[in-house]
Write a protein that binds this ligand. Structure first.
Ligand SMILES: C[S@@+](CC[C@H](N)C(=O)[O-])C[C@H]1O[C@@H](n2cnc3c(N)ncnc32)[C@H](O)[C@@H]1O
Length: 249
């Protein structure tokens, strides 16, 4: 099966147009400022997608390296930085084998449940170990995850239809044996005059993780401090939060 993100890459930004990336970048910056390492300059965006956070973080003055394995998503991201000529470098790679040397980065972040794409807890733990390796001591690692509770209850048996000027998307999700399957059908308007659409169908899979499980995993991989927040706030994140954002250093 073709990479689901590559299949929809060209339309990703249109579909996600309601996402508040401005607020998201501001939130990461706030959490970065809570870590002991100062100043934070060189930063890795893990699973950078179409670069919506990378470009905003670069505008704050960070030097951003974006890593993503979908060439389609990278293509959209690269086009954006060419237009704005920002200090962002996009690299194709897998976050399960992060291709950088020890202590290369002052900070690392990963947004929009990208790490829920790792369906195996041991592989997620390996990824944490690699992030620890490439991060300087005291540098922040900020990322968000959908909780197991959210995928099991809020997302199970859900059908949603969304419409934008150029697309109609149908989101159907099911939770089965610990994995959430999102059956995603996208209709893209190819002829506005005649109301003609093309159809793309794909499946995204995510595994939810318990905050306490993630905290243990981070500590096991050498992060001394772990803070768990209800997403977009500084309130404590819980098992029954929908999305939890972690700060570890
Ligand atoms: C939901 S998108 C989020 C993109 C971006 N972080 C954002 O906030 O818009 C998830 C991204 O994770 C990337 N991804 C999934 N598995 C990956 C892996 N093993 N290595 C690198 N990137 C991966 C996908 O290609 C996709 O761009």
């Amino acid at each position: 099966m073709e990479n689901p993100f590559t299949l929809i890459a060209e339309y990703y930004d249109e579909v996600m147009q309601k996402v508040n990336y401005e607020e998201w970048a501001r939130y990461i910056k706030t959490l970065f400022s809570m870590a002991p390492l100062k100043p934070i300059k060189t930063v890795l965006d893990l699973a950078s997608g179409t670069g919506n956070i990378s470009t905003r973080m670069a505008a704050y003055g960070y030097e951003i390296f974006g890593l993503d394995y979908s060439l389609g998503m990278l293509k959209v991201a690269r086009k954006k930085i060419e237009e704005k000529s920002l200090p962002v470098f996009f690299i194709q790679g897998n976050f399960r084998r992060i291709p950088f040397r020890e202590h290369t980065f002052d900070g690392v972040y990963s947004t929009f449940d990208s790490l829920n794409n790792i369906l195996d807890a041991d592989e997620l733990s390996d990824t944490f170990q690699q992030v620890r390796r490439i991060l300087r001591n005291g540098g922040p690692f900020v990322f968000d995850l959908n909780t197991e509770w959210s995928l099991k209850t809020e997302w199970d048996n859900l059908t949603r239809v969304e419409e934008t000027a150029k697309t109609i998307s149908i989101w159907k999700s099911r939770y089965l044996n610990g994995i959430s399957y999102l059956y995603f059908t996208l209709f893209v308007k190819i002829d506005p005059e005649k109301d003609h659409y093309k159809r793309i169908s794909t499946v995204f899979r995510e595994r939810g993780y318990e905050p306490s499980e993630i905290k243990t995993m981070l500590k096991r991989n050498g992060f001394e401090k772990v803070f768990i927040f209800d997403h977009f706030t500084l309130n404590p994140g819980k098992s029954r939060s929908s999305r939890v954002t972690y700060l570890a250093y």
